[in-house]
Write a protein of this length. Sequence first.
Length: 191
Amino acid sequence: MKTVFLDRDGVINRNPPNMGYVRNWTDFSFVPSSRNAIQQLTQSGYRIFVITNQSGVGRGLYSEEDVRDIHSRMTAQIAEAGGRIDAVYYCPHRPDAGCECRKPKPGMLKRAAQEHNIDLSSAYFIGDVLTDIQAGKRAGTTRFLVLTGLGEESYHDYINAKYGQYGNKEECCPDKIFTNLYAATRWLLSA
Ligand SMILES: [Mg+2]
Ligand SMILES: [Zn+2]
């Protein structure tokens, strides 16, 4: 079965300004056309999973209950538009916690694969930062970078060889680059 993994902030919803966090539903606003994209993926038979780092929990900025509330409202609004999110995986830990789930580690992707019987080698991961691309590479998926959210900065980091703390050129290399989730979706559905 066709599967696509989506990062949340900067792909489905806008990143709050100044590297801010989405603490509650008031901070959440959809990237234009992202719901439409998810609806088209659903209609075309894709299973869709959200894979998101939420270190704001570990930092004490908001609670896991807040995160779950955001995700239930997000999936409800996506459902209203005709899309379906199969599951949302989030990492609540601080970057220095050394957990196995925080991207660029592939833990959440591997867990989703086990729990939902996903063949990672035929799955796609769409994200806006290089750690998404790294996680997707480590899990063995095909990786798309989108230029919404932090995507433009990530693209410049990539071409200027600023691979961040963990990665290298090979791990950070996206398979394709699209302007946004909608454009990535149109490509997937016409491929
Ligand atoms: Mg993101
Ligand atoms: Zn974690």
